[in-house]
Design a protein around this ligand. Structure first.
Ligand SMILES: Cc1ncc(COP(=O)(O)O)c(C=O)c1O
Length: 333
């Protein structure tokens, strides 16, 4: 069956009735019955604020911050909040990206290009991935010709196995990856020990906090024992953290952060050798809607630290109740 653009435009009423019908089998993302996919803070006001800010910036193009300086300002603010949240110092820099996969892939591309400059003797760079690391890293390996070296985890606690990582290091290793937390098992890898190993062997260490890094500091403030996993740990050279998960921002919202601008330099792309405009891209995307960034800025400022702490408290209590219900509590360590 071929589908063509309709010969005549359809009415607004007809369109929205059709959309209503199209979505009849979609999951309901409100009310706590859908896990993952959409992170519901359980508050209609948060969704209202997000949609309003998103629509305000729906048509703005974040391609060129000199044309829309408000978008640059918002990016600096949401990245700055991430740096502070993850205990980075004034040297830590980063960018707003479209999601966890883009953040992780940028970190791998940056590591590859860092190695091309700093480890030119390496022909085929390798990165060590505990099998719990998100598939986004294998996607990055596939795209950027970095060989993924998968290592087993400790079967007792599902954390990265340090000895296995150490054994897997070769003269071609450029990057270690740890998770805080791993998507499938919700555990924090031994980041302090991985940081020490990375420093001793002069490797980069990326901590993937796409799903955990935003909420873990709140759990820590609520009394949970949380292993250090952020820029407070020596040896951590980059991190990813999604705002579109437990920061309850709409999709298309993540950050990738680097210990210093010298490392981040390898992420950037600039091109003036063509007949069009000068392209300067901080991320993979070039033209992109300002909607996700504006919505993220709005939700972070609307909920504020106390709003997030309150949601984290309810999440923590609910988690505890569920775990008690199935017969055993394991702390977030
Ligand atoms: C730890 C981790 N890393 C990366 C990703 C990929 O993020 P996204 O689906 O936003 O691209 C996820 C997604 O759940 C994740 O949990």
């Amino acid at each position: 069956m071929t589908i063509s653009i309709p010969s005549k435009g359809r009415s607004e009423e007809d369109l929205f009735a059709a959309l209503e019908k199209y979505r009849e089998h979609d999951l309901d993302t409100h009310g706590g019955r859908t896990w993952a996919y959409v992170y519901d803070p359980g508050r209609a006001d948060v969704e209202r604020i997000a949609k309003r800010a998103y629509l305000e910036y729906l048509t703005e193009n974040a391609l060129d911050p000199t044309v829309f300086p408000s978008l640059l300002r918002m990016e600096n603010e949401v990245v700055g909040m991430a740096v502070d949240h993850l205990r980075g110092d004034e040297g830590v820099v980063g960018n707003f990206t479209s999601g966890g996969t883009e953040s992780c892939m940028l970190a791998v591309k940056t590591a590859r290009d860092w190695a091309r400059e700093n480890r030119p003797e390496i022909d085929r760079p390798e990165m060590i991935l505990p099998v719990t690391a998100h598939a986004a890293f294998q996607k990055a390996a596939h795209y950027f010709d970095v060989d993924p070296v998968l290592v087993p985890i400790d079967p007792a606690d599902w954390k990265a196995d340090l000895k296995a990582i150490e054994r897997a290091i070769t003269p071609s290793t450029i990057l270690l990856v740890g998770s805080a937390v791993s998507y499938a098992h919700g555990v924090v890898d031994p980041i302090p020990q991985m940081g020490a190993l990375a420093q001793a062997r002069e490797l980069l260490l990326h901590v993937d906090g796409c799903i955990g890094a935003f909420i873990l500091p709140y759990f820590r403030r609520l009394g949970a024992s949380v292993t250090d996993f952020d820029f407070a740990v020596p040896g951590v050279t980059s991190m990813s953290m999604d705002y579109h998960k437990y920061a309850y921002c709409p999709k298309g919202a993540s950050v990738v952060l680097y210990r210093d601008s010298g490392l981040r330099r390898h992420q950037l792309f600039a091109c003036a050798e063509w007949t069009g405009y000068t392209v300067i891209n901080t991320t993979f995307q070039s033209t992109k809607s300002g909607g996700p960034l504006a919505a993220t800025w709005a939700v972070l400022n609307y909920l504020g630290d106390d709003g997030y702490l309150d949601i984290a408290r309810r999440t923590h209590d609910a988690t505890r109740a569920i775990i008690d219900g199935v017969g055993g509590w394991r702390t977030f360590t």
